[in-house]
Ligand binder design. Sequence first.
Ligand SMILES: *Cc1c(COP(=O)(O)O)cnc(C)c1O
Length: 426
Amino acid sequence: MEKKLALHGGSPVITEPFPVFQSQGKEELEAATEVIKRGTLSSFIGSWGDHFYGGKEVRELEEAWRRYFDVKYAISVNSATSALIAAMGALDLEPGDEVIVSPWTMCATATAVLVWNAIPIFADIEPETFNLDPVSVEKNISDRTRAILVTDIFGHSANVDVLRRIADKHKLKLIEDSSQSPGAMHGGKYVGTNSDVGIFSLNYHKHIQTGEGGVCVTNDKTLAERMQLIRNHAEAVVEDKGEKNLANMVGFNFRMGEIEAAMAKEQLKKLKAIADSRIKAADRLTAGLAGLKGLSLPVVKSTDTHVYYMYPLILDEKATGVSRKKIVEALKAEGVPSISEGYVNVHRYPMYQKKIAYGTKGFPWTHGVSRDGISYEKGICPVAERMHDKQFFKIHLCAHTFDNKQVDLVIEAFKKVWANLNSIKG
Ligand SMILES: *Cc1c(COP(=O)(O)O)cnc(C)c1O
């Protein structure tokens, strides 16, 4: 296998594009068609009454979701971003209150906190699962902290058992952004159900999808009712509903349409098969890539299953003598699809660096609203920063069909690059 690298003019290992992953089939087509034939594309009404909770498909989806995940309440919304905003709103945060979040997540996790004029505080991540490190979380708790909003990144649960103990000790809520991890298990329960509220995405990038969409799950009646209010124009409803708690009763239109709900019911039935196919591909990849010098493969804790929204990798440049950039370039040249360097350091986005979210004066980090001395400086999350800048790369396993054939080609491409490390050194 000492053939010349494609990067240097050799022939690439992968010559045909991998099939784009497609979860939609005749089931979704029929479900959507039925709704269109009925002609009722949404039944929500933003005032108190039976239609406050949406139409037939929305309710059936919520019932199916509730049963599948074995929770008391499932609340459909139009995106996981909306779900996050609704969940944060349900906590009655005061402006300037703090919520601990991961820097290693999609920006919306932290933005949902800012929407309520509360302050995201970034704790560092564990290098094994890339999820919030409980030690760093506890260090970041202040007298303004109200909740921990943990992300279950890439398909593996965060350390919710330890985080639960920390949350209980400090009287905080624990909320889970499980957008990337539907179907993964932790301690025998579905990821997303081991906290006060779990959040799922049905965006087209995710395991199961309806183009756009999201679902919140909870066992807490009060939180469920508050999220339902925020989903559907709370301020117009509270009086007739007899709602006494007016905290955060700014409502939105976060409602899901009947077509998406009908499709989501079908997608949910496919979740296990889709998750299993990702696990199968990842396990084969992990077996095939084992032993490559300087390459760390995904960690799956003994209490967990990993559903691999992404297949995470860590490179030790000292061991390979080759930069991450060069290696990813070489793998791309061999035809490996959907592979890229780094992930996200949310705290380093300009909004946090400049501390301006609303207006021009720095609200809500302004004096008198939030605690003084909140820092988003580079250095506050050393593991997340090192991973993003130097060590981490990933294959976006959700983007393509990875059958044995495709997986074996990816393994061959890695082995070829590793056999030729000397030619890309320096
Ligand atoms: C995709 C994603 C979101 C946002 O989901 P949308 O449904 O697109 O709003 C939030 N958090 C994480 C971790 C995600 O991966």
